[in-house]
Every structure is written in C-alpha cells, then in structure tokens.
Ligand binder design. Structure first.
Ligand SMILES: Cc1cc2nc3c(=O)[nH]c(=O)nc-3n(C[C@H](O)[C@H](O)[C@H](O)COP(=O)(O)O)c2cc1C
Length: 176
C-alpha cells in the first residue's frame, strides 16, 4: 500500500499539489491523508496515523516547500507520530523496512536550488532524510516539482504525470 501524507495548508488554493493528487487518487493501493483537512486544530490522532503507517509499504511525504522546509503541521505530525518505542528506541521498529518518498513542490526553479546559489536539495532534504534513516526507513530519490508559480497548466500536468509514473514504477518493482 502507498500512503500519501499530504500537508498543504491551503489545499483548495493548490495548483501543483492538486494536480499531483488528481493523477494518483484513483490508483489502486493508494491512500491519501490530507493532514490540514483532518486536523484543522492541529490535534493529531496519533493512533490513527500510526495505524495508517503500519499498513503502508511506501510512505509519500507530499507538501509545498515553505521557507526551505515543511509546513508546520507536517513537522508536528512527525514529532507526535514518530514516538519513542514505536518509531525508534527500545522496540521502536514499526517503520523498519518501509520506504519513503519526499514529494515536494517549490516556487523556485531548479537552478535556485543549485549549490552556490542557495542550498541544494541534498542539503535541504537532510533533516527529513536523517529522520527517515533513524527510523529504519529506506530513503528514495525525492520527487520535486519546481517553478510552480510560472508553469502553465500543461507543464504542471506533465510533471504530475511523472509523479504518477514514479508511483506506478514503485508498485511494479515492489509487486513484481
Ligand atoms: C509561506 C510560504 C513559504 C514559501 N517558501 C518557499 C521556499 O522557501 N522556496 C520555494 O521555492 N517556494 C516557496 N514557497 C512557494 C510554494 O512552495 C509554492 O507556492 C507551492 O509549492 C506551490 O504548490 P501549490 O500550487 O500546490 O500550492 C512558499 C510559499 C509560502 C506560502
């Protein structure tokens, strides 16, 4: 099962992420959990989130980049859900052997994130990657959709189809 943890603070105003979700929402074996719609008061149901994660083989962390990081509810989700004794520490093995795909959209173009200009994706992804590895998750090469402010609809749709293909490729490899 592919579980998409979707953290968009204003899902109804989304252009890029909405198109990505539109591409994959009808795929078999894909479940989407929209954190801001589930938890508008930031009161996360930890047990429900852990139960969903336990069912997943591939976890997708999907969100718009905000100040070179994640939206705040996503950070809170990790803080609350990846608890000691469950995700890490003594007997904390719930996530071991699963994979994680960081799927992020950005306003900046690809060149904006090249080393020498601003920190590159390999730098920006480090807190998430380190979190994943610490909990025994297999970190896959991230999926990034850049230039979302200036892209026309056709370009956004094409990139959203690439996202769908990433999930289909994973399913094919995983299911043999
Ligand atoms: C508060 C805030 C902070 C943002 N910070 C960044 C940033 O650091 N780098 C970047 O490239 N884009 C940044 N953006 C732009 C968003 O990443 C962009 O609007 C989003 O990825 C577009 O996806 P959507 O159409 O699904 O909303 C920011 C947007 C907001 C609202």
């Amino acid at each position: 099962m592919i579980l998409i943890i979707y953290a968009h603070p204003y899902p109804r105003h989304s252009h890029a992420n909405k198109r990505m979700l539109d591409q994959v929402k009808t795929l078999e074996g894909v479940e989407i959990r929209s954190l801001y719609e589930r938890y508008p008061d930031f009161n996360i149901d930890i047990a429900a989130e852990q139960e969903a994660l336990a069912r997943a083989d591939l976890i997708v962390w999907q969100h718009p980049m905000q100040w070179y990081s994640t939206p705040p509810l996503f950070k809170l989700w990790i803080d609350k859900v990846f608890s000691h004794g469950w995700a890490y520490g003594h007997n904390g093995k719930a996530l071991q052997g699963k994979s994680v795909l960081w799927a992020v959209t950005t306003g900046g173009g690809e060149s904006h994130f090249q080393i020498g200009s601003h920190p590159g994706f390999d730098v920006l992804s480090q807190p998430l990657q380190a979190t994943a590895l610490y909990c025994g998750l297999d970190w896959l090469p991230p999926f990034a959709m850049h230039c979302t402010f200036v892209c026309d609809d056709e370009t956004l749709q094409a990139q959203a189809r690439h996202f769908k293909q990433r999930l289909l490729d994973w399913q094919e490899t995983h299911n043999g």
